[in-house]
Structure formats: C-alpha cells, structure tokens
Design a protein around this ligand. Sequence first.
Ligand code: F6P
Ligand code: MN
Length: 487
Amino acid sequence: MMPSSSLSTTSSALSVGPVGRDGFTSPRRAIRDSSKINRLTNSNQPPPSYHDRHDPKTTKKDLRTLQRFLEVECWKLPQIRSLDRTLLAVSDACKQINRIVQRAQTDDLYGAALDPITGLELEANIQGESQQQLDVLCNTIMLRAFCGTANDAICAVASEEEPLPRSCADVMGYDLLASNNPLVVGGKTNIDGLKSSGGEGGGEFVAVFDPIDGSKNIDSSLPVGTVFGIYRRPDGGRKSAKYKSPDGTYDLDGFLQRGTNLVAAGYCLYSATTVLVLTLGSGVHGFTLDPDRQIFLQTHTNMRIPDVGPLYSFNEANSRDYSEPVQKFLKNMKSTGKIGGKKVTARYVGALVADVHNVLINGGIYGYPATRDNPNGKLRLLYESAPMAMIMEQAGGAGSTGYGRILDVLPPQPKWRKVTTDQEGATAAQDDCSSSDGSSSSSNDEADNWDEEAGKGIHVRVPTFLGSVENVFELDQFHKYYGEEGG
Ligand code: F6P
Ligand code: MN
C-alpha cells in the first residue's frame, strides 16, 4: 500500500493507489484520500462530487431544461413570446438567491442594510420590518432580472420591498449609462425622450414580485421563497395611461389590474430542493435545480392539485382573532378528523411559498385570514395572493378571499387630490371625481398625493385561501352561512 507520506500532490496519483488486499483500489479509501490530497495541496478544487465519480448518464434522469421549455412554450403563445428571455433571467436570479440563502449562515454579509450615503441602518421597509442586506440584495437581483433583458419586454416593476413602482429605465440606471442609452442627451436623462417613448421604454408587460418571502425563516435554516407575476399592460401599453406618474416615467395602469390579467406567475422554493413552479396560463410546471449542473430541469409536468386533500396550513395561534366563519371551518375540519378519506393534518412552515407548495403537492388548504387587527389579513394581493391564486387555478385548485375569487379582486384605484390654481394664482387641494368602479374621469397630472394612493393600490392586502377545490369550496360555504357579507 502506498504510504500516505508519498501521496503525490496531483490528483492523478489517485488512479494508482490505495490498493486493498485483493489488489483493487478501495473506493471508500480513495474518496477519503482524495479529499486529503485536496487539503494537503491546499487546492481550491472541491472534492469530486458523486456525479464526478459516476457516469452521469446512468444516474441522471433525462429531463427537459427550463430553457428548452421556455423556448417552446413562449413560441407556442405569440402573446407572450417576448417573455422567454425575461423568464430565463428570472430563473437565473432564483439561482443567485438560492446561493445567497445557502450562505446566509456562513458569510458575514447579511446584517442590517445600511444607507450607502449616511452609513446608518436603513429605515423599516414598507411592511414596517427593518431591512436586511439580504432583502436588499435579493430585491436588486430580481429588479435586474426583470429589467435587464435586452428585448425590454417589461417596462416597469413593483416590489414588495419598495414603496412605489419603478420604470425599468430607472432600475437599470440609464442615466449612468449615457453612452449606451438613447434616452440620455448630454450626460443627463432625457426625461422628455423617456416620456415620449411611452415613459417606460414601451415594453408590453409589468412585473410584480416578493424577492424573499418568509425571510424570518432564514435565521433558523427553514425554507423561504420568491414569488412573481407578470401582467400585460392594458392594450399592451398602447392605450394612453390613466394613472401616469408625476415625472412621467411609469404608469400604474398595468399594476392595478385584476389577477385575471396575469399572463404568467411563478414561485421558487428554496428548501430541501430548490424548485421553480411556473404557469404561463396553460397548466403548471415544476423545475428542480440540479445542484451539480446548476440548471433547472422539468421534474413536474402539468401539475395537478388533488380535488380534496388532508392538509390545513394556518397560523392557528391567531385563531381566536379569526372571523366566525373561519373559526367554525377549522373547528369542523378538526372535529371531523377526516377529509376525502384521509386523516386531517396541520402543517405550517411560516413561509407562504413553502406552505402553498406543500398544499399544491399533497392537497388541502392554505389560509391567511383576516384577523381582528388586520381586517385584510397579511398577504399582499399583487406579490403573493394573486400569483399564487393563478398557479392554484391553473393546477385545478382554487384561490378565494372567503367571499370571492382572488383573481377577481381589483386593487384600489387612486383617488387623486389635485393642486389647482385659481385665476389669482392661489393653489387649493381638491378631490377628483373617481367613479364607483374606481376609474378616474380626469387626468392626474397635478395629483399631489401620488405616493400615498399608488402605495395603497400596489401594496393592498387580501384575506387568502388557496388549495384543493373541495376544501376551498367548503371554506366559502362557511363564509356564506356564517359570514357578514354573504350570510
Ligand atoms: O410575506 C408574509 C409572510 O412572511 C408569509 O411568507 C408567511 O406565510 C406569513 O408572512 C407568516 O406570517 P405569520 O408569522 O403571521 O404566520
Ligand atoms: Mn412575503
């Protein structure tokens, strides 16, 4: 046997020794010594992975890549053809976030986010939570994924982490890239050029996302996720906008639509495996990240949620603050003990993406109901409830507020208070005359409460129930019989 002191510093020495009594190399020993060589040589090379040591053809499944899936599916659907590269960029962003999440315990990078100018801790985000570097990092990654694709399919984005939407021109800092940017004249952003090009660069779609859902779970090494949705702007952005931002660089019209106008929705779950679940409006498909090759492979084709399932996923600690219909529904479920022939089971991870994924796979119901303190619950319509509801419906399940379909909920439309100038030049604030369906009959050019009204619209919350049709139907029935709106 080769003495360890004579081990060569090149890994090719491995093919020679160590040899066992039968004259063959012992694989276990070889593995042990290969990592030893790496240590001895101080090599940056990681020890060979399982697949480096085995013929990948015999162990890897022959699965379609996400890239191929997108090429084919987006080509089949001309109305979203331009989204294939965007969605691929989003999947790359998910890979980056996956790495960041996995390194959160070992890398000394993820404290509270600091203001780059003052060096002080950033103020709480729009949810009132203090922002962590990790939140800021993941938010930036998603912003760039949606806005950085060369074909400019997306014109503006809204993030759960930011108070207002942003045009992609703003996100990509076009004013910093003067030489590449047709909208920049003389080293300054040509705001008129931006406005005349449609404000947002003319893309047909807007994107909404929650970059890192359930981020509190990271400290305890539990699952987190990313959720996103893509809306087609009214008439693809050709129609003149009702709600144009005061600086003219984006409009709200694409964001303040019903979920029925989503053209794509997805989530990525960072858990035991990293899985990207996606719908383009014709079924739901799941792609698991191959950890060796770092590519998403289609592991779930045409996912279907069972019509009825045993899981219920609620934060039951809040149950005394739930409305009567929800309390009665849960009580009934537990006292019956069985549903669809299976024993009822509670599961709650505390990250929407993880809990909903579990319900999608096994059947049942996820709920974040209204509580006494939060009459619309906690989840955000745009970044969480609507994309998840689209996925559920596309998988044969349902998404409800208890009183109606989540995808039918129209976000609050702005009510402008305008600054008007009378003949003497004095200014006065006045409310506009929004009609009952929320549409405004006049322009918002002089609105002085843009931030407040835009924020209300894009960050609206909604009671959320998602899952198997039978389970969600039953929940709705409890609302119908015991609820205030339908009873
Ligand atoms: O984004 C909101 C969120 O973090 C969800 O991911 C999660 O389902 C929920 O909050 C958990 O809230 P709670 O701790 O109140 O149950
Ligand atoms: Mn969230």
